[in-house]
Design a binder for this molecule. Sequence first.
Ligand code: ADP
Ligand code: DP6
Ligand code: CO
Length: 331
Amino acid sequence: MSIKEAYCRAHTNIALIKYWGKSDPVNIVPTSSSLSLTLDRFYTDTRVSFQAQLDQDQFFLNGQEQEKAERDKISRFLDHFRQLSGVNYRAQVSSYNHVPTAAGLASSASAYAALAGACREALDLDLTDSQLSRFARRGSGSATRSIFGGFVEWSQGSSPENSMAIPIDAANWDIGMVVIAVNKGAKKISSRQGMAHTLATSPFYEEWVKQSRQDLDEIKTAIAQRDFTTVGQIAEANAMRMHATTLAANPPFTYFEEETLTAIRAVQDLRAAGYDVYYTIDAGPNVKILCPASQMTAIEEALGQYFASEKIISTLPGGPIQILSEWTYDN
Ligand code: ADP
Ligand code: DP6
Ligand code: CO
């Protein structure tokens, strides 16, 4: 019996310059480059086991076997690795999210980065991390960036072959993130649907892409200078512009919920009180606050006036994918 198996952990990442639209939806090539911060606290552990005797792929998430649509997504992703390696075995994939699934906290990013990392290891593929990020991209765009730790750029490239991640800075300076998880439930409109609908119908879309290019140049300069305040200001503005495109879509929609606005106001209050805090929001209602790591505890405490403590989760920047030497889960 022949088995090729490996386990990998990948951390989620939160974009400070957002990816919001595809120029090539089949190969997941974005309309603009993006930049993120990998987070230590939120991650996915994935085991892949290619086995000669399996007659179809199997996919378990958090211990539960998933239905056909989810399994088919995984199969299409594994096909890229089967093609590259010449190994045609079906696989069992088992994955555990240490992040809420489909809630706008980037589970698809850690998910596909972990699966890509596990496949490279199991199939003994000779791929650099940047080359691997091209494969992770085929599962979910944001997964491109989760191969690396710290601040990471996803350079849009001009074709599927050169659209990949580049590590920018280890973020091992005074950087932290406080997440306000206002709703951990699954969103109604996936990131994939939301961005496609916006690109197709929002008159603000083109302007968003143009402005985002400028934001990226400016934030890279600010990161190089370790200018935290400028990084925060650019990230906040970039996120709000992305959400503005959804308000102008036809029909319009928003990922914001009531408590999203409460969290935004809380950040504004904290800023007025002297904290160096900036918010960003992805395709979901949850709010992520970029702050100096040294202020994280005080900020958590101050947020206690607005939110129950179980909704507030602090994290430091996270590292790159890592191969796990043992599998501690049930399947
Ligand atoms: P999020 O904000 O969590 O990234 P998305 O809508 O982008 O939300 O992606 C959620 C989808 O990602 C899920 O519906 C599922 O298809 C996929 N996904 C999430 N976690 C995993 C995992 N551990 N393994 C494989 N696929 C996953
Ligand atoms: C708002 O990577 O989840 O979080 O490529 O269709 O799987 P697909 O979408 P996904 O989109 C993330 C959108 C975002 C911004 C970002 O992470 O850059
Ligand atoms: Co996602």
